[in-house]
Unconditional design. Structure first.
Length: 428
């Protein structure tokens, strides 16, 4: 029986905080952005690169939400696969979506290299692992679709996978190439510095309390803007906006002590990978650039919780048991564990689009993947300034959902979202 000491209930990366600059006087800009996560920062960069005067308002500090609590997987794969998008929109549109998400990966990489961002950049391919034979069959279809559309992909059966994983618990995998991991909180803070040095006004500890047409109200000042991008993820309904379209799911993340090279090679015999399994609520792990293990996941009992659940001993036991069942020869100490609430839509796809009544307001939410958030941050500028519309119908917040309207009012958001996700997962 392994002795497991309880980890601290704190986001590991938040132990180092930078300076804060709140908004204290009225300003007028071309574009105001609400939210300082990956989507908001990329939107700010994209509008600024097009010559616009930009202000970004963040209620806490950049990277304080889902972006900063993230495990830092930078891969186009997230909650939905290329195959999922193909079934919804057809092959060509799915390919266009995947190219957009892949560009999000490269935009993040380019920023890291161009600006020499200190964010624990760790190049690692990604493995999607099959827990059973049925899942392996689905992964083979995904691999075939990726190759057909011109994306790099490798398929491993169980015997081939044993070369790359120090466990025989999985039936096979699909490998996505040219992906990497980062400390996303550090990335957000580093990009904040870069953007401010280049003339973008960024105000932290400046929560927006109301959006009144072209005016953003904060505690101490007003911001007037031609265009407003609301990229506050699960906090958007707090502004009275998209209250039926956005909810959240909860996930947990553990971070270990620094591992030795021998311990890492026990998990990954040849090279490090970022991995997740094929369960509906999947478990995922990777080794950071400073050789710590990140281990994350959730459960049906905790996914739709109304509030973040701290010091959840049941989830700690679930995640560590999962890991030690696959790697029983290891005995690691996990130093921190924290919950994270991630904005999500009723059909799991991201939301991006203009308000149906006030087209100068643009929403980004439910991205469930850092490159997706980055991609849609850039797409917001392309839509508003370049009139790009080719993927609007895929991401509009006002698309049809399995449960909505009066039924959702009666059931409430928690049940409506859980039921919608169940319907989608069963393919009904």
């Amino acid at each position: 029986m392994k002795k497991i000491w309880p980890p601290q209930d704190e986001v590991f990366w938040y132990l180092k905080r930078g300076s804060i600059s709140p908004l204290t006087q009225n300003i007028t800009v071309d574009v105001a952005i609400v939210g300082g996560g990956m989507a908001g920062l990329m939107a700010a960069q994209s509008f600024h690169e097009r010559g616009k005067k930009v202000a970004l308002l963040e209620q806490y500090y950049c990277g304080s939400g889902a972006s900063g609590k993230s495990s830092g997987f930078i891969t186009p794969n997230a909650e939905l696969s290329l195959t999922d998008f193909t079934q919804r929109f057809g092959e060509q549109t799915a390919k266009n979506i995947w190219e957009l998400f892949t560009r999000g990966v490269e935009d993040i990489r380019k920023n890291i290299k161009d600006h020499k961002l200190q964010c624990d950049y760790a190049p690692q391919d990604t493995l999607m692992l099959a827990n059973d034979q049925t899942s392996l069959s689905r992964l083979k279809i995904e691999h075939d679709n990726l190759v057909k559309c011109g994306f790099k992909s490798s398929f491993f059966d169980a015997s081939a996978l044993n070369k790359y994983m120090g466990t025989s618990a999985y039936y096979g995998a699909v490998c996505s190439h040219d992906t990497f991991g980062i400390t996303s909180y550090a990335y957000c803070q580093e990009m904040k510095k870069v953007l401010m040095e280049n003339g973008v006004a960024i105000f932290e500890e400046t929560p927006v309390t109301e959006i009144d047409d072209h005016v953003l109200k904060t505690a101490h000042a007003l911001v007037t803007a031609d265009h407003i991008v609301v990229s506050a993820d699960r906090f958007i309904p707090d502004l009275g906006l998209l209250k039926q379209e956005i909810y959240h799911v909860q996930t947990f993340l553990l971070i270990s002590q620094v591992l030795s090279d021998k311990e890492i090679r026990t998990i990954f015999p040849e090279q490090n990978y970022m991995v997740w399994d094929s369960e509906l609520i999947y478990t995922y792990f990777r080794v950071t650039g400073e050789q710590r293990l990140l281990l994350g996941g959730g459960s049906l009992l905790t996914s739709y919780a109304a509030h973040a659940q701290h010091e959840n001993k049941a989830m700690m036991k679930k995640l560590t048991s999962y890991f030690y069942q696959r790697f029983p020869q290891l005995n690691l100490q996990f130093e921190q564990m924290w919950p994270g609430l991630i904005g999500i839509s009723k059909d799991i796809a991201p939301l991006a689009g203009s308000d149906k009544n006030k087209p100068h307001i643009y929403y980004i939410s439910a991205c469930a993947g850092l490159p997706i958030a980055a991609a849609l941050g850039r797409y917001s500028a392309e839509h508003i300034l370049d009139n790009r519309t080719d993927l609007d119908h895929c991401f509009t917040p006002y698309r049809n959902y399995p449960v909505s309207g009066f039924a959702q009012t009666i059931l409430g958001n928690k049940i409506s979202f859980a039921l919608s996700h169940l319907i989608k997962s069963l393919g009904w």
